[in-house]
Ligand binder design. Structure first.
Ligand code: ASP
Ligand code: MG
Length: 407
């Protein structure tokens, strides 16, 4: 049996007019497949409204009840859309996570999918051509509703596609696909026809928020091809899939940026074993995620350590550093909120050298000072002053030939 999973985001189900576009995409899906699983988000703005409501009722809303509340947004979408399908003569029914069930752990607000009962879905597929499943939600072993984290409907869809061996998982949104960079700051950005899971993971974690990051991890693990496309156009979108030779031929496939960076520098630390552990241990205990780290070479037995954290974690980070300053022997603690990072990403970097040098040269020619650098097998990240981010993105986009169609 050929099963297609189609997921539609908040703007696609925002109102009746938008849902009619969704209807036609599902009808299309049914022409080429035996069955379609539709996964829906809450209507645009709904999840935010429900969260705000929780905030009005309680300063510290019970997490399980909060999930019970916010998961209702998706329930509204699936019931309304199932009505449309039935009126169009398509046999369909709605399904909430507990009716399948989609089992998760009990990390309310950020739950992880553990198991999906394939048998129930297969039985339902004998009765209906389309199953309309609520995204974003799951249920714990003892029957409590959970949610998967903001944007989590993508993950629901990919997990269902994996469980049902679906040929493809289509993620419909209000953009045509994944772009080589943010089109809002670089008019030369191009839509990519295809991108590897690894590249997509780097782009998502760098702030290119097209897909819920966990959905890409899931897709990679279970080799589910994911197609990001628009509900409102006929464009084939971008296929997120396994790396192949044609992808490796391209040096850099995208430029990502992230303004959510704050830099902290500890001056004159004794350069002895245990210093770094004494700095980063307490941060990880408090759940602060450290991003880039730089340690200078030692001078007179002393060194500086610089690192970056998310801006929302800066105050907590500074409080911890002040607490341990005497113990670790730091003479000064500096911080800077005016930094941001820009990354060039591409699986082609694995087999080519000189990418970093080209990036540095291009930025230098525009007088952009590089504050920190970090690299991985498929990524070069550069920390710069935030005011240069747009310029840096455009320069790197041009430098690596992304402005033209090189395919
Ligand atoms: N409705 C949820 C949210 O707004 C989940 C989703 O749309 O993917 O985060
Ligand atoms: Mg989304």
């Amino acid at each position: 049996m050929k099963i297609l999973v189609q997921k539609f985001g908040g703007t696609s189900v925002a109102d009746l007019e938008a849902m009619k576009h969704v209807l036609s995409k599902v009808q299309h899906g049914l022409e080429k497949n035996d069955k379609v699983i539709v996964v829906l988000s809450a209507r645009a703005g709904e999840t935010n409204k429900l969260l705000a409501l929780a905030g009005q009722w309680s300063a510290t809303p019970n997490k399980a009840e909060c999930d019970c509340l916010v998961s209702t947004g998706e329930q509204v979408s699936i019931a309304l859309f199932s009505m449309l399908l039935n009126d169009a003569g398509i046999s369909a029914r709605s399904l909430l996570s507990w009716q399948i069930p989609i089992r998760t752990n009990d990390d309310f607000g950020n739950a992880r999918i553990m198991e999906i009962d394939r048998d129930v879905l297969m039985k339902q597929l004998e009765l209906y051509d389309v199953l309309v499943v609520a995204g974003f939600q799951g249920v714990t072993e003892d029957g409590r509703i959970t949610t998967l984290g903001r944007g989590g409907s993508d993950t629901s869809a990919v997990a269902l596609a994996a469980a049902l061996d679906s040929s493809e998982c289509e993620i419909y949104t209000d953009v045509d696909g994944v772009y080589t960079t943010d089109p809002n700051i670089c008019s030369a950005a191009r839509k990519m026809d295809c991108v590897s899971y690894e590249e997509m993971l780097e782009m998502a974690s760098m702030g290119a928020k097209v897909l819920h990051i966990r959905s890409v991890e899931f897709a990679k693990k279970y080799k589910v091809p994911v197609r990001v496309r628009s509900t409102f156009s006929e464009d084939a979108g971008t296929l997120v899939t396994q790396e192949d030779a044609s992808m490796e031929a391209v040096l850099v496939s995208g430029i990502a940026y992230d303004k959510d960076q704050a830099r902290v520098t500890l001056r004159n630390l004794p350069d002895v074993p245990g210093t770094a552990a004494a700095v980063f241990g307490p941060l990880s205990e408090k759940g602060v995620l450290v991003d880039m780290i730089l340690q200078n070479t030692s001078q007179d037995g002393h060194t500086d350590i610089t690192f970056t954290v998310s801006r929302k974690d800066l105050q907590a980070t500074l409080a911890i550093m002040n607490e341990i300053a005497d113990k670790i022997g730091a003479s000064e603690i500096l911080h800077d909120l005016s930094v941001a990072k820009v990354s060039a990403i591409g699986v082609g970097m694995r087999n080519h050298s000189g990418v970093a040098a080209r990036a540095f040269t291009a930025l230098t020619q525009e007088g952009i000072n590089i504050l920190m650098i970090s690299t991985s097998e498929i990524k070069i990240t550069i920390l710069i002053q935030e005011k240069y981010v747009e310029l840096a993105v455009r320069i790197l986009h041009d430098t690596f030939g992304l402005d033209w169609d090189i395919a």
